[in-house]
Write a protein that binds this ligand. Structure first.
Ligand SMILES: Cc1cc2nc3c(=O)[nH]c(=O)nc-3n(C[C@H](O)[C@H](O)[C@H](O)COP(=O)(O)OP(=O)(O)OC[C@H]3O[C@@H](n4cnc5c(N)ncnc54)[C@H](O)[C@@H]3O)c2cc1C
Length: 507
């Protein structure tokens, strides 16, 4: 299927949504990526009486997996845990975007969710009225420009964390003098011809590690230009346990559950080791790379990071394809910094020149705060940075709203499923006590709590978060006022949240 990408850059003036005649739903889900489709599934199963719609800016579902088009696009975590807990994953653990979209398509079809999703609806404003106990939303149709108004009792934010139409592109001196083609991985041109071309990929994360082996055979040469090395895990794109269980003809639903538990158990162990013995783990990870690249390769310079493992996400390299491309001489790594561009490529800080016909910036994201929606709460524009996060799901001063932000270190969807259970439980609780409004608020015992940046940079510090930390909500120093990024504690803590606790204020 030809996947047409809808350009949804920021739109023009935003009228107040109260102006138009609205369509009402108990719950509006923002986005139909893996989180939004999961939210729709859980809502339908757990709160069958609630009316709901998912409004999605793009022409189809999938979010990240729909909008990203670069060669080789694939997951970097396994699909047993990136897949939903309720739908078995039966393919190899690392999956292509097309495979993930097919899986999500089955979830939509099997659960009759299509009629609950409206595509090409970009929500531009969200006004909360305490008097009416309602969100007033205005969505702009991305094909016709028409505006549609909605009201909702509850807003379930599944909008992801970055702008799908615009990647982060650092500005280097003399970029305009480059005569070749400069592209960003996030907005890969459909017909980019890289055959027999000299390509430089700037970046060393999962995206660069995916693109390089995918294009290495076709282009003249591809160079990965990195400022500093990154940790990778290389291995077979298969899970022994899943293969064994399949040989034994165990039911796929069981295999999914058993393999999920095994992966999570192993990851827990690995994460602990990264904290307890980071040097040993680093040596092991680098040792695998050394085995792939041979004794003469300068692993010290190009694949020995200075940070401890897991401080940044560790990408899985299926079948060591990146290292195979390097070992075969089709790809190479340069660890240096760009001094300036020139007509034929770039000059590096070391003085070395890199020639390029095509430069691919795999340089990361621009964060999207709450889907770039203008939020107004009872007539006042929301200052999101002034709010305090309740377990990264709700925010002080933002009524009837939950946000899905997955894990950095474990699969995103593990958290999407946990947050979904929480939201459904909260909605049921509100019905039971006859409440139409819920806001989280600091309790008397929280008043003197120090307020800190959203995430501890010592714990996790990707560029897109660091660049936007001044826009993100604050956290406290107590577990309930933090977004802790730890699946292994949250899997027990989130289901155990006491909805009668003073942190939840109902009206
Ligand atoms: C290339 C790539 C690979 C990744 N691989 C992994 C991986 O292997 N494992 C992992 O755990 N994580 C991975 N991630 C992180 C990934 O983004 C998440 O795991 C997950 O796909 C996010 O899903 P989501 O539904 O929350 O958000 P998204 O996928 O970002 O989807 C959000 C949707 O909301 C829509 N939307 C946003 N704002 C509005 C609005 N105002 N109105 C209407 N609609 C709106 C968007 O159009 C989009 O379709 C990867 C990210 C990238 C970019």
């Amino acid at each position: 299927m030809q996947r047409e990408l809808t350009e949804v850059p920021d739109v023009g003036p935003r009228p107040a949504p109260e102006a138009a005649l609205p369509e009402h739903f108990d719950v509006v889900i923002v986005g139909a990526g893996i989180s939004g489709v999961g939210a729709a599934y859980h809502l339908k199963k757990q709160c069958p009486d609630k009316s709901f719609v998912a409004l999605e800016a793009q022409k189809s579902f999938g979010g990240t997996w729909w909008t990203h088009r670069y060669p080789g696009i694939r997951s970097d975590s396994d699909l047993h845990t990136f897949g939903y807990r309720f739908k078995p994953w039966t393919g190899p653990p690392i999956a292509t975007a097309a495979e993930i979209l097919a899986y999500m398509g089955e979830v939509i079809e099997e659960n009759d969710l299509a009629r609950h999703i409206r595509y090409r609806h970009k929500i531009v404003t969200a006004h909360w009225s305490s008097e009416e106990g309602l969100w007033w939303l205005l969505a702009r149709c991305t094909d016709t420009g028409e505006e549609r108004a909605f009201t909702a009792g509850f807003l379930w934010m599944c909008q992801g964390y970055y702008r799908h139409w615009q990647g982060y592109l650092p500005q280097w001196p003399a970029m305009e003098t480059f005569k070749g083609r400069l592209v960003h991985s996030e907005t890969w041109p459909e017909h980019l011809d890289y055959r027999a071309k000299k390509v430089v990929v700037i970046g060393s994360g999962a995206t660069a590690a995916t693109i390089i082996p995918a294009i290495a055979d076709a282009c003249a040469h591809v160079t990965m230009l990195q400022r500093s090395p990154t940790f990778f895990i290389a291995g077979r794109n298969a899970i022994d346990l899943a293969e064994t269980l399949r040989q034994l003809q165990v039911d796929e639903a069981w295999i999914h559950e058993i393999v999920r538990r095994k992966i999570l158990f192993d990851q827990d162990h690995f994460t602990r080791r990264c904290v307890q013995e980071p040097d040993v783990v680093a040596k092991e990870l680098i040792g695998v790379v050394r085995n792939c690249l041979g004794p003469d390769y300068d692993v010290e310079r190009h694949f020995t990071p200075t940070y401890r493992p897991w401080r940044q996400r560790i990408a899985f390299i299926p079948d060591a394809d990146l290292f195979k491309a390097i070992a075969a001489g089709k790809a190479s790594v340069v660890t240096d910094e760009i001094e300036r561009f020139n007509a034929g490529g770039m000059v590096l800080k070391s003085g070395k020149e890199l020639e390029a016909d095509i430069v691919v910036a795999a340089t990361g994201f621009n964060i999207s705060i709450l889907g770039d929606i203008d939020f107004v709460i009872d007539g006042r524009p929301l200052v999101f940075h002034d709010s305090v996060t309740y377990r990264g799901m709700m925010f002080t001063g933002l009524p009837n709203l939950a946000w899905v932000f997955g894990y950095f270190r474990a699969s995103w969807t593990l958290r999407a499923d946990l947050v979904a259970d929480f939201v459904c439980r909260l909605l049921q609780h509100m019905d039971r006590i006859g409440a139409s409004k819920v806001t989280v608020a600091l309790r008397p015992q929280d008043r003197d709590m120090p307020l800190l940046p959203w995430i501890d940079p010592e714990n996790f510090n990707p560029g897109y978060i660091t660049r936007a930390i001044h826009l993100l909500p604050k956290r406290g120093d107590k577990p309930e006022w933090q977004h802790n990024q730890d699946y292994w504690s949250e899997k027990d803590e989130i289901p155990a949240i006491d909805l009668s606790d003073g942190a939840f204020v109902y009206a």
